[in-house]
Write a protein that binds this ligand. Structure first.
Ligand code: GAL
Length: 694
């Protein structure tokens, strides 16, 4: 008895640690491993995203050694939560962990990953709080859990750390640091189980490629999706929209698809989902008129059903306990809820020619979104549904279009892990230009797309700078819903804005090839600087420039700037406009005494296939002249992708990769050749080469 008391007493004073257990990894594809911890929940991010791993391409990418560091990754299950710990090397840098707006490097940060409208701090509350981080040591970790995860990305210091930071006296040591070195990433998963994935790669880019391939390969948008899109003001009528479209044409500004904002429907916030008879008496004819010019229509909505909606009554038993703006919140895990939406949306939208959606308000804000005490008929918690709602609607709507063998490309304000293959681009209301570019960089690590939309501006210079940047992004969009801004609203820059919008159209073959590389190879179309081909590490934390595809480097100017620094990676880089050598492996200073074109650089050996300026997107199989610009002093080889631009027939082999070659003939003249497989879609005729480097 005496001993028992003694033992109990010891237990009371010494904390009890459960034993950390090594994660048990199992290979699921070459260079991809999975570890199962405890009992994973039935709802998880990759499941809701409906991923379809591109196993063949992963096989082709080949095996990688298991990252040494990860041999010591451990977990515990305690207090109904999973505790995960992944080792960090002293000089290691981390990227990813959601769509951040202010920072690219994430080591030393704490985040609670939570789907929300971005609130101005990189604290984990964001539109795509993807629990995936990429290390510059050649691996990435994904926690496949639909929970609010807390990630300590190299902040905690354990007393048994094999390599603890030095203890310093703050009074005497100037180098005392409130955030001393930490040797681990630790993650708290508020559930008793989860899957963890590990992706390897020789470079951060290869890690991201494996992540994108495992989650289905990146989306290949329809060709029209890569043109220019304009969202018309709230409460516009069909005539207003047609007039606006006509003005674009008359003034010579290109347009690929128009977005209808609140007011196309009879009731918004919450939604009826049916056309307003007064403003849009005949939606089918309205859309037909636009389609004659090959302009598509995208519809804004939030998914919350109004009493005025035909789905309302039948939806009530399949909806959440709480409402949003008194609209009912469908539980899309219930098949009847999905069917109700599918039937109504097909009747009202898809069958009359609507080409896509902008799915709003699925991210937050907490004060008006359904709260976490909400109950859902499927039995999943409000937390789990919050983390996956945007993802689920993206997948559901994308499938409707797929059933019609029609590609779509739309907008969503909420997303999460596994979204690479989904045809949606994230946007928000935050509207800080510089931070919008940082978000563009960050989107590239986590398999999502982002648009730094242009909406309004205080000055003509700001307007130009915003329009330039958005034209070099995954979706070139003017969102005029509130301000009614037109591309030509600022006369001083109206021509310069037109120029960059037309450049966007000229670049379609390059952009389309870039997205095909996303789809077929997993390489993100926009790439932050750490995602360069060589895995080069830059001393500077770069947040204001990015790669667009294989060859282009984009360095936007911000309003008020007359000069900026551009970091040029290894290898020669040429000015896109002139072909002049800009530098190599160095930081250059770019000056513009008056606001000029957006600085663009092309890598040595780069092919930029372009078409002449177009006002409308090319039609299915429409033939087009091609101008291939070559930037280089050495022979090189590249690729050009094509297919019908609209359907999923490319999945049945209906596409072509043409091989581009540039080399000098015996007389020292540059010669270009293009080899296209016969019998495959290829729209280009009359091919010309431009040798940019003199
Ligand atoms: C916001 C959205 C805007 C615009 C607006 C329409 O929530 O972010 O882009 O669509 O709704 O009311």
């Amino acid at each position: 008895m005496k001993y028992l008391y003694l033992a109990l007493g010891l237990l009371a004073i010494s904390p009890i640690y459960s034993q950390s257990i090594l994660l048990k990894w199992e290979a699921v594809a070459p260079g991809v491993w999975k570890a199962v911890v405890g009992q994973p929940e039935s709802i998880h991010l990759l499941g809701v995203a409906g991923i379809n791993p591109k196993t063949q391409v992963l096989n082709k990418l080949g095996e990688r050694n298991f990252p040494e560091l990860q041999k010591s990754a451990v977990y515990e299950i305690f207090d109904h939560k999973v505790y995960l710990r992944f080792p960090l090397e002293e000089k290691e840098q981390l990227y990813g962990l959601g769509l951040n707006f202010k920072s690219v490097r994430q080591r030393g940060t704490v985040k609670t990953l939570h789907v929300d409208h971005y609130g101005g701090r990189d604290d984990g509350r964001t539109h795509a709080p993807v629990p995936f981080y990429v290390s510059d040591q050649g691996y990435g970790i994904l926690i496949n859990s639909a929970r609010y995860l807390t990630v300590y990305a190299g902040t905690g210091v354990r007393k048994d750390s094999p390599n603890p930071p030095e203890e310093k006296d703050r009074n005497t040591r100037k180098d005392w640091d409130a955030n001393p070195y930490s040797d681990a990433v630790e993650v708290l998963v508020p559930a008793t189980g989860t899957e963890v994935f590990l992706f390897a790669g020789n470079t951060p880019l290869e890690v991201v490629q494996r992540y994108n391939l495992y989650t289905g390969g990146g989306v290949l948008p329809p060709l029209w999706g890569l043109g220019f899109t304009h969202r018309t003001p709230t409460l516009f009528t069909d005539k207003d929209v047609l007039n606006e479209v006509e003005e674009f044409e008359k003034k010579g500004y290109p347009l690929s698809f128009v977005g209808l904002e609140p007011g196309w429907q009879s009731h918004a916030y919450p939604n009826s989902f049916v056309w307003d008879q007064g403003r849009f008496p005949d939606p089918a004819s309205f859309i037909k008129r636009l389609l004659e010019k090959n302009i598509r229509v995208n519809l804004w909505l939030n998914p919350y059903a109004s009493t005025k909606s035909p789905v309302y009554k039948d939806l009530i038993p399949h909806a959440a306990s709480h409402t949003v703006w008194v609209g009912v919140v469908p539980d899309f895990h219930v098949p009847t809820a999905r069917e109700l939406y599918k039937k109504l949306f097909n009747e009202q939208h898809l069958s009359v020619g609507v080409s896509g959606y902008k799915i709003d308000e699925t991210d937050g804000y907490d004060t008006w979104l359904w709260p976490d005490v909400t109950r859902f008929p499927s039995g999943f918690s409000a937390e789990q549904i919050r983390q996956t709602y945007g993802l689920q609607i993206q997948k559901m709507t994308a499938d409707w279009f797929r059933e019609r063998n029609q590609r779509t490309y739309g907008l969503s304000r909420a997303s999460n892990a596994g979204a690479s293959a989904l045809p949606y681009v994230i946007y928000n209301d935050y509207y800080n230009h510089r931070d919008f570019i940082t978000a563009l960089c960050n989107s590239s690590f986590i398999g999502v797309l982002w648009t730094p939309e242009a909406r309004s501006s205080a000055t003509s210079e700001e307007w130009l700078r915003r329009m330039q940047a958005v034209c070099l992004s995954p979706m070139a969009m003017l969102n005029a819903w509130a301000d009614g801004t037109k591309p030509w609203s600022f006369p001083e820059v109206a021509e310069a804005v037109k120029e960059v919008m037309l450049l966007r159209m000229q670049l379609l073959p390059y952009l389309y090839t870039t997205f095909a590389q996303y789809h077929f190879e997993g390489k993100p179309p926009v790439r932050a600087m750490p995602l360069n081909d060589d895995g080069q590490f830059f001393e500077k934390d770069i947040r204001d420039q990015f790669f667009l595809g294989e060859y282009l480097l984009v360095a936007p100017f911000f309003a008020g700037e007359r000069s900026r620094q551009v970091v040029l990676p290894k290898g020669k880089w040429y000015d896109f406009y002139t072909g002049a050598l800009a530098g190599e492996n160095q930081i250059i200073e770019v000056h513009q005494s008056t606001p000029g074109p957006i600085p663009l650089y092309v890598k040595e050996g780069g092919f930029i296939p372009m078409i002449p300026p177009q006002l409308f997107p090319p039609k299915k199989n429409e033939s087009l002249p091609l101008i291939i610009r070559y930037y280089g002093t050495q022979p090189s080889q590249g690729n050009l992708y094509d297919d019908d631009g609209e359907t999923f027939d490319y999945e049945k082999g209906q596409y072509s990769w043409s091989e581009l070659k540039a080399k000098k003939d015996p007389n020292g003249q540059w010669r270009g050749t293009i080899a296209t497989p016969s019998g495959k879609p290829f729209r280009y005729v009359d091919i010309q080469w431009e040798w940019m480097v003199k």
